[in-house]
Ligand binder design. Structure first.
Ligand code: FUL
Length: 721
């Protein structure tokens, strides 16, 4: 032990006292002040600001996506072709949004005040492309203002999304002779200023990473690329923001480190290892966004953003694709349960409301979370630790159960590995464990394990939401939740196996959450045969193929069902005989079967593209000769009205810009649809494009641009009349 560390941990180490006193000091705890209280631990590495702490405690809040896109069925508006007059909700009610969010247990709402199209939801002075020129309230409305009022009424905080990319503004992407950007100085900052000064406190501002590219800048269709790190002069933009709203947190995915980080995916999870640290400068590859940086030099915690539907904006075709309770619960565990916050999006529908299906699922999640964490079994247990800092109560293990997030159990400075044991007094069933670090003094724990004493034997409990090739129980941070199959045990042992410094644990919890029945998966293969799979082994499965609601009186699934190549709507539910509970129903709508389909070219393309399974993909090599076409023979003439493209994994390469052709004979082709698959890189889900009815036997999907790598296809399908 170095003397310097003794000095650090004692009030004035008096070297003149000599060796005898020094050895006496060594005999007591290194962390105990002479004649007094034990010394509080010192901060380790970067620590959160008060703003970041306040934000982290908000845990769960809403995103709201609403714009002209809602009325044009788009994910990204192009910026001018969509007239402001299209924005005309029939029944807009910001109070309904706030009410739904409140009932869903959320603490705030972030609104897309301006999305990439440039259309503004408040009466801005900076552009005519706003609700001022829409028919809604004869151009006299202000949605940001209405939402600010509704949030105040329901005790929610308000956040603002202002897209840096503006596909409408004439000056976007242009530079003045001195190298400065007129759009940034005169439009973008002005818009931020308007939103941050007219509507009261704003808790978070969101600057999306999609930036530059094609648009209709001032009506001119052009491709304007910018350097997203330098173009916006973030440093000055940030200082203006902090002056206007000193309590705000800034989310930015554009190079300059702000207060919060994206977690590298829009699918709704952050890494099970999740450091709230990054490096203040330098590039941030995807795995750093996901896992953070253990020894990063800046506190930049992760926010998990995902939509309750496949898309961010409302599409009627997704009314039945709202995420169900098991999926939302999993996202909860993989965000809040992994040291992140959870930002769940509601697309506002054409009426101007959160759709009832979304409302139902979100409230379902709130109830399930309440139920799962209603009783903390640890509170009735006796707690003991292998090591504590000093002898008094200040850092005692009991602090993890006092419900006070400002008190904590800590070991002495030399101990980085220690156990805390809960004795329940009798065999007790549980399936969830939670732990919280006192992050004001830095994030410390690098790895831990939990064990249950079952019939006198210690048994390790593994996190069932972590894939076996990843280390399971690593970081904790603000909160970690571990889920595992129910065990009945007399004791639980929580062992911190590695930590940057003495661990500081402010809370632990042990719960017995009710099981949630997972709805089945439905797949129809190329021949038209339907396969239904349960999420667990024990449930019975019931289904219908006429679109009606399945019940236990419907057909019981006993093996693959032939649908004879017809268009069908299959619905299926799982039923647990013991509890007599049914899951929600899964619904899949199928067009004509693909049994007579053949892939004409490329010759090496695999039939997985038309096998009905979105988990199997084929990737065309990026060096294959152009054009990048996929041609399919449908076997006979069909009346086509659209196509569906399901991309493969985004890391393999996805199509971002396309043309789609139909032919009767493979010689004469008619282009029936073209454009972009907006936001497909960040959110690679099913893309549906409709077109005017066209007769044909052959289809061709041409990839004009891809996301860089190969061209990936999980599924290609058609929509027929
Ligand atoms: C993305 C955007 O491009 C989407 O449209 C959406 O706003 C999402 C939250 O961020 O990257």
């Amino acid at each position: 032990m170095k003397v310097s560390s003794i000095k650090e941990n004692t009030i004035k180490s008096d070297y003149s006292m000599g060796k005898v006193i020094l050895s006496a000091l060594l005999a007591v705890s290194f962390t105990t002040a002479i004649f007094g209280q034990p010394m509080a631990p010192k901060a380790v590495g970067p620590v959160p600001t008060e703003n970041q702490l306040r934000w982290q405690k908000m845990e769960y809040y809403a995103f709201i996506h609403f714009s002209t896109n809602t009325f044009t069925n788009q994910e990204w508006g192009y910026g001018a072709p969509e007239d402001a007059k299209l924005f005309n909700p029939t029944n807009l009610d910001c109070e309904q949004w706030a009410r739904v969010c409140k009932e869903s247990g959320m603490t705030g709402i972030i609104l897309t005040a301006k999305h990439h199209s440039g259309f503004c939801l408040w009466p801005t002075e900076t552009t005519a492309y706003s609700i001022k020129n829409s028919p809604w309230k004869n151009g006299k409305g202000d949605i940001v203002g209405d939402l600010a009022k509704a949030c105040r009424k329901y005790g929610l905080k308000l956040g603002i999304y202002i897209s840096p990319w503006d596909r409408n503004n004439p000056s976007y992407g242009l530079l003045d002779a001195d190298g400065s950007a007129p759009y940034v100085k005169n439009i973008f900052r002005k818009q931020i200023e308007e939103c941050l000064t007219k509507y009261g406190d704003i808790f978070e501002i969101w600057f999306d990473g999609a930036n530059g590219g094609d648009g209709y800048y001032g009506g001119i269709n052009a491709n304007r690329m910018i350097d997203r790190k330098t173009y916006y002069d973030w440093k000055n933009t940030y200082s203006m923001i902090r002056k206007l709203q000193p309590k705000i947190v800034i989310w930015n995915d554009n190079g300059d480190r702000a207060d919060l980080r994206w977690v590298g995916t829009e699918s709704g999870y952050v890494g099970e290892t999740n450091w709230s640290l990054l490096n203040a400068t330098g590039d941030v590859p995807e795995d750093m966004l996901r896992y953070g940086v253990e020894n990063g030099n800046a506190w930049v915690p992760g926010e998990v953003n995902t939509s309750i539907r496949p898309g961010w904006f409302y599409h009627e075709s997704e009314d039945k694709r709202v995420k169900n309770l098991p999926k939302l619960m999993e996202t909860y565990y993989k965000s809040i349960g992994r040291n992140g916050t959870f930002l769940l999006n509601f697309p506002i529908d054409k009426r101007g409301l959160i759709h009832e299906n979304d409302h139902k699922e979100a409230v379902g999640l709130a109830n399930a979370v309440k139920e799962a964490f209603a009783v903390n079994l640890a509170e009735k247990a006796k707690v003991s630790a292998t090591n504590s800092r000093g002898k008094d109560k200040k850092f005692a293990p009991e602090n993890v159960l006092d419900g006070n997030t400002e008190s904590y159990w800590s070991t002495d400075d030399q101990t980085k590995s220690a156990s805390l044991t809960l004795d329940f007094g009798k065999p007790t069933s549980f399936n969830r464990f939670t732990a919280e670090e006192y992050i004001r003094l830095g994030q410390r724990v690098k790895a831990f394990k939990i064990e249950a004493l079952v019939d006198g034997q210690w048994k390790e409990l593994k996190d069932q939401l972590v894939s076996p090739d990843r280390p399971g129980t690593t970081t904790i941070g603000y909160r970690r939740i571990i889920t595992f199959p129910t065990v009945k045990a007399t004791h639980l042992r929580f062992t911190i196996t590695d930590s940057k410094a003495s661990p500081l644990i402010s809370g632990i919890g042990v719960y017995n959450a009710p099981q949630i029945l997972v709805p089945p998966t439905i797949v129809r293969d190329k021949s038209g045969t339907v396969h239904i799979t349960a999420g667990d082994r024990e449930s019975e499965l019931y289904y219908t193929i006429d679109g009606s609601q399945p019940t236990t009186s419907s057909k019981k699934y006993a093996g693959p069902v032939d649908t004879d190549g017809n268009k069908v709507t299959v619905r299926a539910m799982a039923y647990d005989v013991a509890s007599k509970k049914s899951s929600d129903a899964t619904e899949e709508i199928y067009d004509i079967a693909r049994k007579d389909w053949k892939i004409v070219s490329p010759g090496n393309a695999k039939s997985v593209i038309i096998d009905g399974d979105v988990n199997t993909s084929w990737y065309r090599d990026k060096d294959a000769p152009s054009p990048d076409d996929l041609v399919i023979d449908l076997g006979k003439m069909q009346s086509l009205t659209g196509f569906r493209y399901f991309p493969g994994d985004r890391s393999g390469g996805v199509i971002t810009h396309y043309e789609f052709y139909v032919s009767k004979d493979q010689d004469n082709w008619t282009m029936v649809s073209s454009g972009e698959f907006s936001n497909i890189i960040n959110n690679p889900f099913l893309q549906i494009k409709n077109f005017d009815q066209t007769e044909g036997r052959y289809i061709k999907l041409r990839a004009l641009k891809t996301s860089g790598g190969n061209t990936g296809y999980a599924e290609l399908d058609v929509v027929t009349k």
